[in-house]
Design a protein around this ligand. Structure first.
Ligand SMILES: [Zn+2]
Length: 228
């Protein structure tokens, strides 16, 4: 049977920010490396946080990767003896990444892609719906909601203090921890939220508390800050 010699397939690791997608990708890739399977890892150029040539999670667990401008570039760089192709932050590629992943799988490679399934509004992100549809295996990870502590599926956008919530609606904001937090469906605010308190963490206690609800928000915020 053809599939015995060409066991190519696609795995998707998805979830919100802080759900450990990259950690899971790195874990799978390292496990394959121990078995001396040749791996190659790619990521879109847009993800330039931390380092240009590593897939690096927030926990600094990292593995060498190649930034590419377009998904199709991956086909140029993948070598014939590669067994596993990893793609991180895959949501930032356009739909052509679906075709790329399919081609690699048909060439007999194990393709592991990791990315955000939803943008900060809670809408399906870029090529993710299609990747999820064609994948053989899907792993959906959750984070912990910073408001209520339940499993979080959403990435809450936190707008810069002084910015109106509608001003920066860019979908592609690659983020530092200050710009996003994990939230569950019920605590998620699709239009984003500002936290003016965050600009001056030391001034938290001096912020006027206008109503009981505001006070509640601030005490939650203090809780969050103290956990850091
Ligand atoms: Zn919640």
């Amino acid at each position: 049977m053809l599939h015995r010699t060409l066991p190519g397939f696609i795995e998707v690791i998805c979830g919100s920010m802080f759900s450990g997608k990259t950690e899971e990708l790195v874990r799978r890739l390292k496990r394959a490396q121990f078995a001396r399977q040749k791996i190659q890892v790619f990521k879109p150029v847009i993800d330039n946080r931390y380092s240009a040539d590593h897939v690096q999670s927030h926990d600094a667990n990292r593995i060498l990767s190649r930034p590419v401008e377009k998904a199709k570039d991956i086909l140029k760089f993948v070598e014939d003896n590669t067994r596993i192709v990893g793609i991180d932050e895959v949501q930032f590629f356009d739909d052509s990444v679906v075709e790329v992943a399919q081609k690699l799988a048909y060439r007999g490679m194990r393709v592991i892609v990791a990315g955000l399934d939803m943008d900060f509004r809670g809408q399906p992100f870029g090529p993710m719906p299609k990747l999820l549809a064609v994948a053989e295996q899907v792993t959906k990870l959750s984070a912990v909601c910073v408001i209520c502590g339940n499993p979080a599926s959403r990435s809450q956008r936190i707008f810069a203090p002084g910015t109106s919530a509608g001003a920066d609606t860019s979908r592609i904001a690659v983020g530092a921890k200050e710009m996003y937090e994990a939230r569950c469906r019920f605590c998620h605010e699709p239009d984003g939220t500002t936290r003016s308190e965050d600009s001056t963490p030391s001034g938290l206690t001096s912020s006027p508390v206008n109503d009981p609800r505001e006070g509640e928000t601030q005490s939650r915020l203090r809780l969050r800050l103290s956990k850091r």
